[in-house]
Design a protein around this ligand. Structure first.
Ligand SMILES: [Zn+2]
Length: 115
C-alpha cells in the first residue's frame, strides 16, 4: 500500500513539474465553461474525449453536449467547474488547467525570473 502511495506521489510530482517547467505553454485566464464531449468505442470499451476546436471528431463518435463539466488543477488537483464551491476560473494552456492559486504560486514567479 505504501509502495502504491509513493508511486502516485511520484506520478503527481512529475506531472505537476512538467506543467510548471514547460516554458512554452501560453497560459490564458479563463472562466471554466462545460465542453462537449464525444464517446468512441475502443477495444469494446467506451471512451470519453473532448471536442476540441479545429480537431476532427471520428465519424462513428457520439457527441454529448456539455458532458465535460469540470477540470482539475494539474498541480493541486482542485476541481475547476461552474458548480458552487468549486473554483470557477483558472489558467489554461495546451489543454491543461491550473487554479489561480497554483498559477500565482508556481508558474507566475518562474515566468518573471526567466525574463
Ligand atoms: Zn491548484
Amino acid at each position: 500500500m505504501t509502495e502504491n502511495m509513493n508511486w502516485e506521489n511520484e506520478w503527481w510530482y512529475s506531472w505537476g513539474k512538467e506543467i510548471v517547467e514547460n516554458d512554452s505553454t501560453i497560459w490564458e485566464k479563463k472562466k471554466f465553461k462545460p465542453l462537449d464531449g464525444y464517446w468512441i468505442t475502443v477495444d469494446g470499451g467506451k471512451l470519453l474525449a473532448k471536442v476540441v476546436e479545429n480537431e476532427n471528431v471520428p465519424k462513428d463518435a457520439v457527441i454529448e453536449r456539455a458532458v465535460w463539466d469540470h477540470e482539475h488543477c494539474g498541480i493541486c488537483l482542485k476541481k475547476i467547474s461552474e458548480h458552487d464551491g468549486d473554483q470557477h476560473e483558472g489558467y489554461t494552456g495546451e489543454g491543461k488547467w491550473v487554479c489561480p492559486e497554483c498559477f500565482e504560486k508556481y508558474i507566475s514567479p518562474k515566468r518573471k525570473n526567466s525574463n
